[in-house]
Design a protein around this ligand. Structure first.
Ligand code: ADP
Ligand code: ADP
Ligand code: MG
Length: 642
């Protein structure tokens, strides 16, 4: 076994790898960018080496600097995590040329699976079913269009170099083919520097089911399947293992196909074979097709660990250090059911755009496995994936594990950025999902309901007002203190309410067009007679209410007026250099905290810029098409009057 390894990554996955290393007694070296000086992964590692500026190209993608850091610190091997350099065969070559071990597959295995067309051809040869379609060299538009006709509509155009859902277009009607082709090609050229595409049959009611494989360079085993059908923008949101409705027969057939795929390329380490499955008529052994292989540890690997009891990172280290496969196929068994939800700083109603912020309050519940790279007070910066945590649960049955996920999410508390938490909770309560009726279109079909169906906002807001009034404070609870008037106005940035104390543990909160009676006893809260599972939390950025429907209010304190005017929650600044894509508000418009103000394109991603507080837009300082610097003021809200 290695005595020291370097982790060429950041965030939750770097922390995840360090966890296993600690258990195994392997020393760790972290690397970090300027943006990550105080990051959790740096604090957790035994040693840390600074790489450079916050942009990935100046830090986590600098293969040469990372290899030098490993040599300088005496690390024997490099774990790449996922993303960044994990699927870069040239990096693998360079690591090996430096006399170090890459914890992952060989460069040639990564190359074989790097392009979707070549991978499909290779899989066909290995006898693995592939999605019917055209994956040849000829990229002539007329030729591709004739291929689409013979495949039969609907078809999916895919960039052969694609990843992260980019360069993909579904086409339902032949008359739209030419335009869709041109736009897929141009997106692929921009994102991957390679405009080549393949054409596939679009599978109706598709399910995404993938098989975890593990190889030693010649033989491989499979660690069963994960269902990742709950997706938005072709990206996973909640994953589970095993797949609902999977039969023993089909599991064996899919597992064997995945093992054939891995062995065909002499695969070493952890990998995932992604299949698209026709879910229109139950799961059938002739209804699954190879889509692609991810030649790395997958984001959602914890659900596989939960049902198999295997530590996949430990296996990665063992096999990379020359040990044989830690288990035979017949040693592996499924135990219960597991779910993972990806908690992101993102703006769901704006189309799941990444968001940023300082985590003023962060609390995770007991009873779930939490994989995170951040702590309270840390910043979700615009430079990297805005993931806050993965929340993983395990139970003897699917229903119990899903219930545990719902509970864990309801008990999770994040303040300081908009998040997808309420959306995830709504998903765990979705009737079809509860029944195991999943397909990749579920989220989009029911999006409006999923956004709206999280619990009514009014009741949570009333509780936040109670919090602002100081009545949720443990010392005060049970009633008003003597010096408090029975009736007063509670104001926050952008709104106010009248609070009437009705007696010990009872108050009425009246806002613009609604009025709620709140009663409390200890930590329990009733709004309009209904017991609610809410927590009221005060923190640096104000007061938050959690538990199904998240509400944040920032107190309006007359003494703080100058500070807040100077401190600039009135100003929305550009978090990084980028291009203003759209401005969604006008001067004079009223906005609520969390509302989308503008969209900034930076680092090839769109970022949603949201209002820090309720208020009225005073001035728009940048317009669509403007190239802006980091820190440039974009939108100003009116000062708050008290
Ligand atoms: P998974 O199935 O594991 O979610 P994805 O393909 O969605 O796989 O990506 C996994 C991670 O890799 C994501 O968090 C994403 O940030 C990163 N990633 C995906 N594609 C790229 C890319 N082209 N360049 C850099 N990072 C990428
Ligand atoms: P990426 O490299 O971007 O992850 P994939 O080929 O894995 O690309 O496809 C991403 C997602 O697109 C899948 O998880 C699935 O939801 C959808 N998809 C891919 N191929 C098909 C298809 N032939 N029919 C229907 N949906 C598909
Ligand atoms: Mg994929």
């Amino acid at each position: 076994m290695f005595s020291k390894i370097l982790i060429a990554n950041r965030g939750e996955i770097a922390c995840r790898v360090i966890d296993s290393c600690r258990r195994m007694g392997v020393a760790t070296v972290a690397v970090y960018s300027d943006a990550d000086r105080g990051a959790r992964h740096v604090a957790m590692a035994d040693q840390a080496v600074h790489l450079g500026g916050p942009a990935p190209a100046d830090s986590y993608l600098r293969g040469d600097a990372i290899i030098q850091a490993a040599l300088d610190t005496g690390a024997q091997a490099i774990h790449p995590g996922y993303g960044f350099l994990s699927e870069n065969p040239d990096f693998v070559d360079a690591v090996e040329a430096a006399g170090l071990t890459f914890i992952g597959p060989s460069a040639s295995a990564i190359r074989a699976m790097g392009l979707k067309d070549a991978a499909k051809a290779l899989m066909e040869e290995a006898g693995v079913p592939v999605v019917p379609g055209y994956h040849g060299e000829d990229q002539d538009p007329d030729h591709l269009s004739r291929q689409a006709d013979s495949i039969g509509y609907p078809v999916l155009i895919k960039a052969v170099a694609g990843g992260g859902g980019k360069g993909m277009r579904r086409v339902d009607d032949p008359k739209d083919f030419a335009d869709a082709l041109a736009s897929a090609q141009s997106e692929a050229r921009n994102a991957f520097g390679n405009p080549a595409v393949l054409i596939e049959k679009y599978i109706l009611q598709p399910r995404h089911i993938e098989v975890q494989v593990f190889g030693d360079g010649s033989r491989a085993v499979y660690l069963f399947e994960r269902d990742c059908s709950l997706q938005r923008r072709h990206q996973k949101v909640i994953e589970e293992a095993p797949a609902p409705g999977m039969t023993e027969e089909m599991r064996k057939i899919m597992g064997a196909a995945a093992v054939r795929a891995a062995e065909a390329i002499g695969y070493k380490g952890a990998g995932t074979i992604e299949f698209i499955v026709d879910g229109s008529d139950g799961l059938r052994p002739d209804g699954f097709w190879f889509m692609e292989m991810n030649t790395r540890l997958q984001v959602e690997h914890p659900v596989t660990e939960a049902i198999t009891g295997v530590d996949l990172v430990e296996w990665q280290l063992r096999v990379a250090s020359g040990e044989p496969l830690p288990a035979r196929q017949e040693d592996l068994q499924i135990n219960g059911h597991s779910f993972e939800a990806r908690l992101y700083a993102e703006d769901v109603p704006a189309g799941f755009l990444p968001a940023t912020g300082t985590l003023a309050h962060l609390h995770f519940p007991e009873g779930a496995r939490i994989e995170t790279g951040v702590r309270q007070g840390d910043v979700i910066s615009p430079w990297y994936d805005p993931m806050i945590a993965k929340v993983v649960t395990h139970g003897p049955t699917r229903a119990i594990a899903l219930r545990a996920l719902e509970t864990a999410l309801v008990d999770t508390e994040v303040a300081g950025s908009v998040t997808n938490l309420d959306f995830l909770i709504a998903l765990t309560r979705h009737e079809g999902f509860r029944k195991g009726e999943v397909d990749t279109g579920l989220i989009e079909r029911d999006l409006d309901d999923l956004i709206a169906s999280s619990e009514a906002e009014g009741a949570a807001r009333a509780l936040a007002v109670i919090g602002l009034a100081g009545l949720a404070d443990p010392d005060v609870k049970g009633g008003a203190t003597l010096w408090q008037p029975l009736r007063r106005t509670i104001a926050w940035d952008g709104g106010e309410a009248v609070l009437e104390v009705l007696g010990p543990g009872a108050a009425r909160v009246t806002m613009e067009d609604e009025s709620h009676e709140v009663r409390w006893q200890g930590d329990r809260w009733w709004v309009d007679g209904a017991l609610r599972r809410n927590r009221i939390v005060s923190h640096d950025a104000g007061v938050s209410v959690f538990g199904g429907r998240t509400v944040h209010l920032v107190p309006r304190d007359p003494l703080d007026r100058d500070a807040s005017a100077a401190g600039g929650d009135a100003l929305t600044l550009s978090p990084m250099p980028g291009l203003v894509k759209a401005v969604h508000v006008k001067a004079g418009q009223e906005v609520k905290a969390g509302d989308r103000l503008a969209v900034l394109e930076a680092m090839k991603m769109e970022h949603s810029l949201t209002a820090a507080r309720d208020g009225v837009v005073a001035e728009i300082l940048a317009g669509p098409g403007d190239q802006v610097e980091a820190g440039a003021p974009l939108i100003r809200l009116e000062e708050v009057e008290e």
